[in-house]
Design a protein. Structure first.
Length: 162
């Protein structure tokens, strides 16, 4: 065996310890920033409140159409939550600074009190109270504003009543 003068080059592939430590530090910083962003975002969703209000209203209306005596929805705005009662069921949603108000017959908006606002329906599914056969607008304000209309005929749709 002779020596030909050629050398074998052995290539070592991988990361250095410094590169691995830098990646771990970068991942830690990014995850800390991400957690901070999620921790500051409010969990209250005005759209969820609109859906809860709409569901409770439709549940009470269906009970009225079926001749059930639980033909009303009671909406309460407590210190830290919104509460909806319909057909013997109660739903709550944390407010986180949001506010729920209503107006009947196109008047000015009034805040829903902690004692509650009762909306009842007659046997035809139409609004019987607080004002019979009148539209009711609901407004949820907070980070953003959402309007919901409960028409005198009992139809629920997003936006203000026309």
């Amino acid at each position: 065996m002779g020596c030909t003068g050629e050398r074998s080059v052995i290539r070592v592939q991988g990361f250095t310890l410094i590169e691995l430590i830098m990646v771990i530090i970068l991942m830690g910083v990014l995850s800390a920033l991400g957690i901070g962003l999620f921790a500051r975002s409010p969990t209250f969703s005005p759209m969820l409140a609109v859906q809860q209000l709409s569901s409770a209203t439709l549940l009470a209306q269906q009970a009225a159409l079926a001749g059930n005596p639980s033909n009303r929805v009671v909406i309460r705005q407590l210190a830290d939550e919104l509460q909806f009662e319909a057909a013997g069921e109660s739903f709550t949603l944390e407010r986180e600074g949001a506010s729920l108000s209503y107006r009947a017959n196109g008047g000015p908006f009034a805040t829903i009190p902690a004692t509650g606002l009762t909306v009842s329906f007659n046997g035809l599914g139409r609004i019987a109270a607080p004002v019979a056969r009148e539209n009711i607008d609901f407004r949820i304000t907070g980070v953003s504003q959402y309007d919901l209309c409960l028409s005198s005929l009992g139809a629920v749709y997003q936006g203000t009543c026309q």
